[in-house]
Design a protein around this ligand. Structure first.
Ligand SMILES: [Ca+2]
Ligand SMILES: [Ca+2]
Length: 380
């Protein structure tokens, strides 16, 4: 099978040289990729050159998510990439929030001038009540301040509530450039298109602005340190024709891409993650971003069970695998790694990451970049 497009595009970090070096120096490969596949080269390069640590929503374990302070801390802790989730304002400026609804992550409810913006909308088929970015201009959003999403779990982070604005995508790109210079290593960006079908329905599609932003910043090239991710399929396929950076298909252990649901396509994430489904993904994407439990499901006791074939199947399809989300609190850890019965206490994230490393993942999304970086140093 020819994958010339993949091999042309997937060159994350001078990988053509590194791939050769890695193949020579590290002949052992846990997962043998199809040697005829050009994608295999990219997989080998990504695997042996650089275990990819993505600062999920920045350093969400330590700062309110999707703030410049959160991204900056992740970069300083050693993240290879920072991860802005992209939504849009009413005046079609990309800003970074995990959801269009911002009642949970900003102080908008305390702004009486915006009380009448509170609405109930159908968000991917779910009635959702709150305040939505697409109903605010950028100038209006800039009057709000971010707050911790899960204050009961991350009480310490509430210290930073009220101190940071909602950043624009451009501000995140500028930050990554400034920190790359200062830290002497490239800080990549790993933007996610959030709810692409929803925003298209609002008349504010994300993709044209994303493409413009990458072009404007000289980042739409195969060797730019950029991955673009989406839980939907059709927008990634369309972006594949317009972007030269690697693309990552996000998946979940439940449900289906909303663009499939909206168009009556019955396929689910489970179908996408079958061996044949992954071969399809390999035609337009370069990586897979599954939930952790798709790789190692939990058993009845909440402990790590038997790994699935997902990592090996994805590698065979030429895809690197970056699962989400690695978090230090017991409430998010498999029971094997809990420190005690308090769900908010910190547990053995080192142990969890090590278990996934054994299965052959190529990187991960984490709220706790410092721990992932420390674990990687030990593993080298
Ligand atoms: Ca995300
Ligand atoms: Ca747990």
């Amino acid at each position: 099978m020819m994958r010339t497009v993949l091999s042309r595009r997937f060159v994350p970090v001078a990988a053509s040289v590194l791939a050769v070096t890695a193949a020579v120096l590290v002949p052992q490969a846990v997962h043998q990729s199809d040697p005829d596949s050009a994608g295999a080269t990219a997989v080998q390069a990504a695997k042996h050159d650089d275990f990819v640590i993505v600062g999920h929503r920045g350093a969400a374990g330590y700062r309110p998510e999707h703030t410049l302070a959160s991204y900056e801390l992740a970069a300083r802790m050693g993240a290879d990439y920072i991860e802005p989730d992209l939504v849009t304002t009413k005046d079609h400026v990309l800003v970074t929030r995990h959801e269009p609804e911002i009642g949970g992550t900003t102080d908008v409810a305390n702004h009486p001038e915006f009380a009448n913006r509170k609405k109930t909308k159908m968000l991917d088929g779910v009635a959702t009540t709150g305040w939505f970015t697409e109903d605010f201009t950028l100038a209006e959003l800039k009057t709000l301040r971010a707050k911790e999403r899960i204050p009961a779990t991350r009480q310490h982070n509430t210290v930073f509530d009220g101190h940071y604005q909602i950043p624009t995508f451009q501000e995140v790109i500028d930050l990554s450039k400034r920190l790359s210079k200062e830290l002497g290593r490239p800080i990549g960006i790993y933007p996610e298109t959030k709810h692409p079908t929803y925003f298209r329905q609002q008349g504010l599609p994300l993709e044209p602005e994303l493409i413009k932003a990458l072009n404007r910043n000289g980042l739409n090239r195969p060797d730019a340190k950029v991955f673009v991710q989406s839980f939907e399929v059709s927008n990634l396929k369309a972006l594949d024709k317009q972007l030269r950076v690697p693309l990552v298909q996000l998946t979940s252990s439940v449900g289906a891409p909303y663009d499939f649901v909206a168009s009556g396509d019955k396929r689910t994430y489970a179908d996408i993650c079958s061996a044949s489904g992954l071969r399809e993904v390999g035609k337009y994407a370069d990586g897979l971003g599954p939930s952790k439990d798709q790789i190692i499901p939990l058993d009845a006791a909440g402990k790590l069970g038997k790994p699935t074939s997902l990592v090996a199947d994805a590698h065979r399809a030429g895809l690197v695998v970056h699962p989400y989300t690695f978090r230090v609190e017991n409430t998010f850890l498999p029971a094997d790694f809990d420190s005690d019965a308090n769900p908010n206490d910190s547990g053995d994230l080192f142990g969890e990451i090590a278990a996934y490393r054994k299965v052959g993942i190529d990187g991960l999304f984490t709220d706790n970049t410092d721990i992932a970086v420390a674990e990687e140093k030990e593993a080298r």
